[in-house]
Design a protein around this ligand. Structure first.
Ligand code: TRP
Ligand code: ZN
Length: 505
């Protein structure tokens, strides 16, 4: 009864009383963080996801001390968030979905808070100045839930398995397990201190710092020093077989492999250093402190994700594993090093990672990316619904439509055909250099391609990114004459079939 009344008070507080001053009474008074309050805004203004991220501060580091029981799914956390204010703030918010908050301090002093579905709104004891250091400590607990991917009906974000959990989702994952400024435009470094019952192992982003055991629990500390977008943060509990390697250039490669995966998964894992070397030869030096992958053996994970330094892979993607590994490792440059500034720019991630797959198959002798491009254009008939998606602004429902991937890769080959290899590769290298550890937009990419090539490319990008329908043959090959080979056609068809299996429910 009591809790029900409290709940309705909070709902009212979040919707209609958003501008009411903090009442200051325990346990959760309404606060003045409303959508109209610029400084403490409840979102960064991403048109696709208005509530994602928050205004008024910039996170530097998340220290996440988490105790997790895989059998019960109970999670207890203390998140210490180090940030800088970018405005004077009387209140601010973090994103958090579900879970129960027990205590919050701001710069060491108790703070009050209230909740709405996606927001944890915090009022510090005294207003904060602009440009000030901000340290927020949140104690919380609960039973994390994943998010349903509408187009797939599958769960992402927080995925329980028979022997632990896989944490991976896009664009949403982080809010399931810690309070966060959940938008790629605010990247931060992370320390994960994950305590699990002995017998379970833990892998996360970055590098492992320590493992200590205390009674029936052990604490696994992982450090991700390279700032990353929040959806790229992962911790994964299981019976991992850990594999530590170093590439010839000195890069640590750390893999977590479920002992039950098939030999063909292990065979693909073995090729990671070779794939990294190949991608470095095309995109420039690998950008982070470590690399590797997470290879669970659960049927509940139906996708792969480019979690920074350590992508996670569905077992369903093997065979054809090399292509997926190329894709996720290419995301380390395109998606992770350079993140999307707004989610509508997603082709900058998926188109580029898919293009890397075509580069790799060319390298493996299956026909150049130009031939793959032509063969795929031919294979997808002009009346296919594939061509309806406007990949430069696909909308929430089509954010991860196959067209964003494939038409995105086609856009890059069309650009390469038009400007030539030198300008193309210079554009890609300058792109990752200029936007390293930062975000990018489609407009900025177009401007760079035009600047490097010295050409007006608006017709090209318009037809590939912003106009629905199948671009004409003249947009595929300057002459309009396609020179497909039987080998390239066969490969393109096989690749398309494998790709469809990857994205089908
Ligand atoms: N970015 C992922 C990839 O292509 C795919 C992806 C899209 C995804 N939506 C997701 C992964 C949701 C997990 C959850 O590599
Ligand atoms: Zn991808």
């Amino acid at each position: 009864m009591r809790s029900q009344r409290l709940l309705s008070v909070l709902l009212v507080a979040a919707s209609t009383l958003a501008f009411a001053p903090a009442a200051g009474t325990a346990p959760a008074p309404p606060v003045a963080c409303g959508p109209g309050d610029d400084a403490g805004a409840l979102g960064v203004g991403d048109p696709y996801y208005p509530r994602f991220g928050n205004g008024g501060y910039d996170v530097e580091h998340y220290d996440l001390a988490i105790r997790y029981g895989p059998r019960t799914n109970h999670l207890r956390g203390v998140a210490t968030i180090t940030a800088q204010t970018t405005h004077g703030l009387s209140c601010f918010s973090l994103d958090l979905v579900g879970l129960t908050v027990h205590a919050i301090t701001v710069n060491g002093d108790p703070a009050t808070w209230s909740r709405s579905h996606h927001e944890l709104m915090i009022t510090p004891g005294a207003p904060l100045a602009s440009g000030a250091d901000l340290s927020v400590m949140v104690s919380y607990d609960g039973f994390p839930k994943g998010f349903v991917i509408p187009s797939l009906g599958a769960v992402s974000g927080f995925i329980r398995t028979r022997d632990g959990v896989i944490v991976a989702g896009e664009p949403e994952a982080a809010t399931a397990w810690f309070p966060v400024n959940d938008h790629p435009s605010d990247r931060a470094s992370y320390t994960f201190r994950i305590t699990v019952p002995i017998g379970y192992d833990v892998v996360a982003n970055g590098v492992r710092e320590s493992r200590t055991t205390n009674g029936n629990w052990s604490t696994h500390v992982w450090d991700a020093r390279d700032p990353m977008a929040s959806y790229l943060a992962t911790f994964d509990v299981g019976e991992w077989r850990m594999r530590f390697r170093t590439t010839s250039s000195g890069l640590p490669v750390i893999d977590a492999i479920d002992p039950d995966v098939l030999p063909r998964v292990r065979a693909s894992v073995r090729r990671e250093p070779e794939i990294l070397g190949f991608l470095e030869s095309r995109f420039g030096p690998y950008p982070f402190e470590s690399a590797g992958g997470i290879f669970p053996d659960t049927g509940r994970l139906g996708f792969a994700l480019e979690t920074q330094t350590r992508p996670v892979y569905s077992r369903a993607f093997f065979p054809n594993g090399e292509s997926v590994i190329v894709h996720e490792l290419a995301h380390q440059w395109f998606g992770d090093l350079v993140a999307v500034d707004r989610w509508q720019h997603i082709w900058l991630n998926e188109g580029f990672a898919t293009y890397a797959e075509w580069l790799w198959s060319g390298h493996e002798g299956f026909g150049t990316p130009r031939r793959t491009f032509e063969a795929i254009w031919k294979a997808i008939g002009g009346d296919s619904s594939f061509w309806r998606v406007v990949i430069g602004d696909p909308g929430v429902d089509d954010l991860f439509d196959g067209a964003v991937y494939i038409r995105g890769a086609m856009t890059l080959q069309a650009l390469r055909n038009r400007v030539g290899d030198d300008a193309f590769w210079t554009t890609l290298h300058l792109w990752t250099e200029q936007h390293a550890f930062d975000t990018g937009t489609t407009d900025a990419f177009i401007a760079l391609a035009e600047q490097v090539s010295g050409q007006d490319l608006s017709d090209l990008f318009d037809v590939w990114l912003f106009r629905p329908g199948r671009p004409p043959a003249s947009a595929v090959s300057g002459s309009g004459v396609l020179t497909t080979s039987p080998r390239a056609t066969a490969h393109a068809r096989a690749w398309l079939r494998a790709f469809a299996r990857r994205t089908a429910p």
